[in-house]
Every structure is written in structure tokens, then in C-alpha cells.
Write a protein that binds this ligand. Structure first.
Ligand code: KIV
Ligand code: ZN
Length: 512
């Protein structure tokens, strides 16, 4: 039935993923997602379960009316009133599909429905026939198919195709299947159900054992031509087959699978971000394809390789999934190649000796922070350098503070050729550090102004302290930057002292 090398992508983010606790969306939000799914060019959007609530009904109705491109599908139990409600919701949709389902495993028959096999088979056939009275495109799912006795499963499939189902979806409802077994089941359906060539065989895999994607791919290898999936793999319990993973596996390993989808892969990341934002569910950083680290390189060897030739450590171009570029994460493990590359991106062309200088400062900062951001680099390049000729140099700082402790600080300063160490206490750790510096330098200097701000983001951000010191009528500014705000404060104070010393030296020079 299907094109020889085409796998249809059936997105159930708005139905199965929307069942995730806390992830429910308002009608307008569902419309926003549906429009994005249309840009992603999925083949079918399962827009909701119309009988389940008026909101779901309204969402299916409006998506059917407003979203152009994909087939719009509504879910219904194999119960006539459900199907009527789905038919009603889809009446204005140009390309409607009704998806009806019923449990077929012994566990479901006995444990939940309290019906025998014949009753369930009759309900399935009646449901498909009823759905056919609303639209030509009807999908039937024998729920918990992966745990259904194959002989009975094949009988239900044959009867529902005969009743008019155009897609037969095989759900692994509880994520119990393993790839070889699930692939073999699909192969057997195609080989053993006499009329299986009159329907598209679809799969719907849950991720309880982390095998949803690989089960779906095994099914494709064995003849399935529709995969049901969700953005970010969201869905009941551990979730569903992740759309982005199946699509990119088929695309990247076309050589192995030999199938295409119609998905516009550049819309994958925008879709992932939209769903994550609207459903309020963050994507784990190491999630394949759409996680924040999926295209981020941290090891120095990997960074060097990727910068020389991308495919040394990258199997997909990040642009294909809608990202700007590969991310080179600057950490203590990064080498000069990565640092130079990032500096060039930021517009700095540096000579080797300048790079060496920046690299030293970079490593010092990277040892304190997990990640060095662009803003940090700008600070480093901007010259937070130690002036070897400076009169004052902060060599050591130890500060103690906390609830129920008297804040105290010990500093060691190089002052000219001498080294001086002093300890003091104060109202807070900064006050204590300033008192200790004041005692070490012995100067009659007033702190006229003090300001602090975070110049990079995150809990390991760089703090920038600016102080104004006054001696008589003279006022100078000093600046210090560090991940440790007490150290930044002390540096700012010492920087201002150096400016005072430099001014004094200049004045003395002029009078000579
Ligand atoms: O997991 C499942 O079996 C389902 C069906 C409704 C297809 O979501
Ligand atoms: Zn499901």
C-alpha cells in the first residue's frame, strides 16, 4: 500500500504526550503546537481524544479546521458514542482520520474489560464500520498487541481490515517488547494476515524499558510503514517513541534502513523547544538530537577534531535539525585550538603569544568554573591582567564568614618589594577583607563607593566589583572580577590602591 521507501510519521504529541501528568495544554496552545507540526511536515497529527473532554473536542475541531497539510486524527475507543464524537469533531477537516482502539491481550480482556475474544472482535469490527461512515481514512489499534496471543491478534487484524481499516496500528502499550521479537511480530502480520497488503502497518511503542525507538525501527525493518511518535519522546509513563530520534535515525542511516520520511528536519529543534516550553517539561541535556549537549563538544581532543573536520566526532550536521552550529563548550579540558576558535567567533584575531597569555587566564578561570562563557572570555581578553610593575599585589586571601561567626579575613600583599600579612574582622567578609588590606597598607583611605554585579550567568557567574577610594580630595576607581565575590572585592580595592600609587608616582615624577 505505502510508497516503497516512505515511512509515514504519525505525531501523537497532542494526544498521548498530552496525557503526561502536568503537561495538558489549552486549546490555543494545542493549535500552536499543531501549526508547528504542520511546519515539521508530519503526515498525521493525532489532535486529541474528542470524547474525553469538551476542551479536547474543541481542540480537534479547531485543528481540523485551521491546520493545513497533515491528516488530522481524533482518537476514539471502540465504542459507538466515542466514534460519533470524533466524527463530529472532524466534520470540517479536509483530511480527517478516526483512530479507534480496543485491548486485545488476555490481560486486558480478563483484567480490565471482562469480555471474551469474540465480543472484543465484534466491537472492533463495529467500531471500524461506524468510523467508516464518517471518513474513508480509519485506523484501528489492537491495544497491548505486543502481549496479545498472535493467532487472535491476526484474526482481529484481518477482520478490521475487511471492515475497512486503512491503517492497522500495533501498539506495545506497556513498553514490554524487545526489538527482534517486535520486528518479527510485524513481519508475521505482513506474511500471515491474508489482507495485510490492504492496510498500512503502523507501530506505537512505549518506552518503559527504554526501547521504544529501537522497537519502532525494528518494526520498520520488518515492513511497518507508519511510526507513531511524539516530540521529545513525551507520553504516558516513560513516554513514546521520540519523533526526532526515529526521523534522524532513518535519515542519518538511510544506507541501513533505506527509508525516508517527509519531515522537514530543520523544524525539529524549534518543535522540541515549543513543546518543552508549553508543556513545562525540560528536555534532559543528554537527550539525543534535541538535548542541550547533543551537539556540544567538551573534550579537548574532540574539539580539536571537530574544528579540523566536523565528521571526526559528529555524525549529523547540527544545522540539519535546526541548530545554528556545533557547540564548543569551553572547560578546563579545552585546548588552545578551541579557545582560538571561540575568540575568532567573538571577533578576536590573536597572535600566538597573546593566545598563550589568554590561555593561562582561561585555564585559571576554567579551574574555578565548570564552563567558561563568551562573556568570561571577553573579560579575559579585555585585560584582567596582573601588572607585574604594580605597587600592590594581592597574593593571598582567606576569609571566614557564616551564621553565628564573626567575619574575619587574612590577606598577604606584596607592597613594592616587601610582603605584608594582616588579619582583621569586620561587619561582613568584605568589610573584614578591606580592614585587613587597610592595616597591611597603613593608608588613610576611605571607601567612597562599592558596587557589585554578576557579569555572567549561572551560580558560577563572574562577579564584578567596582570601588571608589578617596584619599583627601583624590578619588580613584578600582575594578576586580572573580567567581568569588570576596576575592573580586579585594582585587577591586587593590586595583584602586595601585591607581592611587600610580598617580602619586606620576605627580612625583612631574615635580622632579
Ligand atoms: O499505548 C497505546 O496502546 C495507545 C493506543 C490508544 C494506541 O496509546
Ligand atoms: Zn500510547
Amino acid at each position: 500500500m505505502a510508497d516503497d521507501n516512505r515511512v509515514f510519521i504519525f505525531d501523537t504529541t497532542l494526544r498521548d504526550a498530552e496525557q503526561t501528568p502536568g503537561a495538558s495544554l489549552k486549546v490555543n496552545e494545542k493549535l500552536e503546537v499543531a501549526h508547528q507540526l504542520a511546519r515539521l511536515n508530519v503526515d498525521i497529527i493525532e489532535a486529541g481524544f474528542p470524547i474525553s473532554s469538551n476542551e479536547d473536542f474543541e481542540a480537534v475541531r479547531r485543528i481540523g479546521q485551521e491546520v493545513v497539510g497533515p491528516v488530522i486524527c481524533g482518537l476514539a475507543r471502540a465504542v459507538l458514542k466515542d466514534i460519533d464524537r470524533a466524527g463530529e469533531a472532524l466534520q470540517d477537516a479536509p483530511k480527517p482520520r478516526i483512530h479507534t482502539f480496543i485491548g486485545t491481550s488476555e490481560i486486558h480482556l480478563k483484567g480490565q474489560m471482562r469480555k471474551d475474544q469474540e465480543q472484543v472482535l465484534n466491537m472492533a469490527v463495529a467500531a471500524v464500520e461506524r468510523a467508516k461512515s464518517y471518513c474513508a481514512d480509519v485506523e484501528f489499534s489492537p491495544m497491548d498487541a505486543a502481549r496479545t496471543e498472535p493467532g487472535y491478534l491476526f484474526e482481529v487484524i484481518e477482520a478490521t481490515i475487511a471492515a475497512g481499516a486503512t491503517t492497522i496500528n500495533i501498539p506495545d502499550t506497556v513498553g514490554y517488547a524487545v526489538p527482534e521479537e517486535f520486528g518479527a511480530l510485524i513481519g508475521r502480520i505482513i506474511a500471515e494476515v491474508p489482507n495485510s497488503d490492504q492496510a498500512i502497518i503502523s507501530v506505537h511503542c512505549h518506552d518503559d524499558l527504554g526501547m521504544a525507538v529501537i522497537n519502532a525501527l525494528a518494526a520498520v525493518k520488518n515492513g511497518a510503514r507508519q511510526v507513531e511518535c511524539t516530540i521529545n519522546g513525551l507520553g504516558e509513563r516513560a513516554g513514546n517513541t521520540a519523533l526526532e530520534e526515529v526521523v534522524m535515525a532513518l535519515k542519518t542511516r538511510q544506507d541501513y534502513f533505506g527509508y525516508d520520511t517527509g519531515v522537514v528536519s530543520q523544524e525539529i529543534v524549534p518543535s522540541s523547544r515549543l513543546v518543552s516550553r508549553l508543556m513545562g517539561i525540560a528536555v534532559q541535556p543528554n537527550k539525543a538530537i534535541v538535548g542541550a549537549n547533543a551537539f556540544a563538544h567538551s573534550s579537548g581532543i574532540h574539539q580539536d577534531g571537530v574544528l579540523k573536520q566536523r565528521d571526526t566526532f559528529e555524525i549529523m550536521d547540527p544545522k540539519i535539525v535546526g541548530l545554528d552550529d556545533t557547540e564548543i563548550v569551553l572547560t578546563a579540558r579545552s585546548g588552545r585550538a578551541a579557545l582560538r576558535h571561540r575568540l575568532e567567533v567573538l571577533g578576536y584575531e590573536v597572535e600566538q603569544d597573546e593566545l598563550d597569555r589568554i590561555y593561562e587566564d582561561f585555564v585559571e578561570l576554567a579551574d574555578k568554573k565548570k564552563e567558561v562563557f563568551d562573556e568570561d572570555l571577553v573579560e579575559i581578553v579585555g585585560g584582567e591582567t596582573v601588572d607585574a610593575t604594580a605597587h600592590y599585589e594581592l597574593q593571598y586571601l582567606h576569609s571566614v564568614s557564616g551564621t553565628g561567626t564573626v567575619p574575619s579575613a587574612t590577606v598577604r600583599l606584596r607592597i613594592g618589594d616587601e610582603t605584608v600579612q594582616q588579619s582583621a574582622w569586620g561587619d561582613g567578609p568584605v568589610d573584614a577583607a578591606y580592614a585587613a588590606i587597610g592595616q597591611a597598607t597603613g593608608s588613610d583611605i576611605q571607601l567612597a563607593d562599592y558596587a557589585i554585579r554578576a557579569i555572567t550567568s549561572g551560580s558560577q557567574a563572574l562577579g564584578e566589583v567596582t570601588v571608589h577610594l578617596a584619599r583627601g580630595d583624590e578619588k580613584v576607581r578600582g575594578r576586580g572580577v572573580s567567581t568569588d565575590v570576596i576575592e573580586a572585592s579585594a582585587k577591586a580595592y587593590v586595583d584602586a590602591l595601585n591607581r592611587l600609587a600610580a598617580k602619586a608616582a606620576k605627580e612625583e615624577h612631574q615635580t622632579v
